[in-house]
Design a protein around this ligand. Structure first.
Ligand code: IMP
Length: 182
């Protein structure tokens, strides 16, 4: 069947769906403990954070008044290295002022995207602002950016699955895979 890029193929599984599920439950438990009884806007960064966010919000208890919102920013396009450019394609629909906000992102690579969004949203005077990021590549970091809820630190490898893509592909995989040239 046509459609799969010839230059990269799936290597091995880096994080199994079982490990991911367990870690997402731990992150949700931390959020449950810290926001009990509060109203909370969870803002996902499209499209990579969608699967992670969908699992996370379903583990948040009903005492928390959760609202979901989304932002879209320019990404690497069809390349596997960062251009460094961050452009807002879609902003939040709801005002952030006076709200508890958690920004949910799939992966922090250089940190440019997250630190840009953090500065932008923090300037809107939310009641509180935190970040929840499934994966961090510490070796790639060029900008300091605190992650309050972090899933896993991973090596400097390009990964796909569980929402993460390469040129739009492989977001649907349940596990997180490394890519290899092929
Ligand atoms: P940063 O601005 O360099 O931190 O890049 C963050 C964005 O790059 C993420 O939201 C992803 O869209 C993309 N990205 C970085 N590394 C990977 C990867 O290994 N797999 C898939 N996307 C990645």
């Amino acid at each position: 069947m046509a459609g799969i890029d010839a230059s990269f193929k799936l290597g091995g599984i880096l994080l199994s769906k079982e490990r991911i599920n367990q870690r997402v439950a731990e992150l949700a438990a931390d959020i449950n403990n810290e926001y009990r009884g509060e109203r909370l806007i969870i803002v996902g960064v499209l499209k990579g954070a969608v699967i992670f966010m969908a699992d996370l919000v379903r583990m948040i208890e009903s005492s928390i008044d959760v609202r979901m919102d989304f932002m879209a920013v320019s990404s690497y396009g069809n390349s596997s290295s960062s251009s460094g450019a961050v452009k807002i394609i879609k902003d939040m629909d709801t005002p952030a002022e006076g709200e508890h906000i958690i920004l949910v992102e799939d992966i922090m690579d250089t940190g440019l995207t997250l630190s840009y969004l953090k500065d932008m949203l923090a300037a809107r005077n939310p009641r509180s602002f935190r970040t929840c990021v499934l994966l961090e590549k510490p070796d790639r970091k060029t900008v300091e950016c605190t992650i309050e809820y972090k899933g896993f630190e991973i090596p400097d490898k390009f990964v796909v699955g569980y929402g993460l893509d390469y040129a739009g592909k492989w977001r649907n995989l349940g596990d997180i895979w490394c890519l290899e040239e092929g």
